[in-house]
Design a protein around this ligand. Structure first.
Ligand code: SF4
Ligand code: SF4
Length: 386
């Protein structure tokens, strides 16, 4: 049975429409359960003993409810943004106020952004230089293996579904209805600069065997954990971190673009490269595209542009889904390595379509990964208030 938005349903009357609506609700419940149940199993395992189980259930339920609305409305971007932004806020709360003391020195913290910049150090030292005891829940499974697994499952979507910092500038880039500054062309043109930044940070980190991204750029570091300098050098570190903070908050508000993630995060460039090993893509059907430029203006990452008379989506795409929902010609869809898979859109069959398999992988990984801080943040907030 076709879901309610198909033209066929109009012809077959209100009963068919209602039945299709029921199918839609039921299949959305199935999808939500498919995210919730495995997310809960894995999250319980990684959180065992650290926070009361009820908070982990609450966190996974939150992800399940958002998955339900994604399926019910067949729209991804708003529930994804809510999940991503709340996850980032929970991380900041937990990390800033409760976990900061676990990183007393200049060691590389268990952070994927630091991992990309310290990759040469890893090659040299034959292990990721994560000396903090915090990721003990992963045992011998290092951050590198965790990243590889996530990249194979969700690829570039890491930067808009999983990253514990990305939700900050994603939130600010979506918080106002209209942009004040139009920098579409600037962002598209200079987007590759982040690859140069990644290269520079890798070399600089390798030369000093220190995580230079953490020391110089990261605006979210806890207190002074990585400010080891004094005098002018320290002032410079603060100044650069302040600029980075503006890029993550004020500039996204003005431009509706993810400025920090697009230009100051080395992991964005890292993932744009490694994302090629993941099969999921957002692709443009050139035959349908009417070159209106809407995808370019809504894209927060400078990944959509107009080229040779039609839209083009580059490797900088973080798979947030905004362009597909904004396109008036329905020319953008989820594909496998750029190839369109012909799909049946019945309410239940769509759950195994490319789009929903992608959402399932991203949402599941995002929930399990964020369960390392989400339930703890809720628990800490409740404990502080009551
Ligand atoms: S929004 Fe759709 S029709 Fe407009 S340029 Fe982008 S892909 Fe083409
Ligand atoms: S191209 Fe589309 S899916 Fe990719 S980042 Fe831009 S808006 Fe999001």
């Amino acid at each position: 049975m076709k879901i309610s938005r198909s033209a066929d349903s109009k012809k077959t009357g209100i009963h068919t429409w209602l039945m299709a609506g029921n199918d839609n609700i039921l299949s959305s419940v199935v999808f939500a359960a498919a995210v919730f149940i495995p997310a809960l199993l894995f999250s319980m395992k990684s959180n065992s003993g650290t926070v009361p189980a009820a908070y982990t259930v609450l966190w996974c339920l939150f992800a399940g409810i958002l998955s339900f609305f994604m399926a019910l409305r067949d729209r991804v971007s708003m529930p994804r943004l809510v999940f991503f932004a709340v996850s980032a806020a929970a991380f900041l709360l937990h990390f800033k106020f409760y976990a900061a003391h676990t990183f007393p020195g200049p060691d590389t913290p268990p952070c994927h952004i630091a991992m990309s910049g310290s990759f040469l150090n890893y090659i040299y030292q034959l292990y990721l230089s994560f000396k903090s005891p915090v990721p003990s829940v992963w045992g011998k499974l290092s951050m590198g293996f965790l990243w590889l697994f996530c990249t194979l499952a969700a690829g570039r979507a890491w930067c808009s579904w999983i990253c514990f910092y990305g939700g900050i500038d994603d939130f600010f880039s979506s918080a106002v209805p209209r942009r004040i500054l139009n920098i579409d062309r600037f962002v598209t043109k200079f987007r590759p600069l982040s690859a140069a930044l990644l290269f520079g940070i890798m070399l600089f980190s390798f030369a000093y065997m220190l995580p230079q991204y953490c020391i110089w750029i990261c605006p979210f570091k806890a207190g002074e954990s990585f400010y080891s300098a004094v005098g002018l050098e320290k002032i410079l570190q603060y100044a650069i971190a302040a600029v980075a903070l503006v890029c993550a908050t004020i500039l996204p508000l003005l431009t509706k673009k993810r400025i920090f993630c697009s230009f100051l995060c080395p992991f964005g460039a890292w993932q744009a490269f490694w994302g090629h090993i993941n099969p999921f893509r957002l692709s443009v059907d050139r035959g349908r595209c009417v070159s209106c430029g809407k995808c370019m203006s809504v894209c927060p990452s400078g990944a959509a542009c107009l080229k040779n008379g039609s839209a083009h989506i580059s490797a900088w795409c973080v798979m947030c889904g905004r362009c597909a929902e904004a396109c008036p010609a329905c020319a953008i869809s989820y594909t496998v390595f750029g190839m369109t898979v012909r799909e049946n859109i019945t309410a239940f069959a769509r759950l195994v379509s490319v789009k929903y398999v992608f959402i399932f992988c991203s949402m599941l990984l995002g929930t399990v990964f964020s369960s390392l801080w989400g339930p703890a943040a809720i628990y800490e907030l409740f404990s502080a208030v009551f």
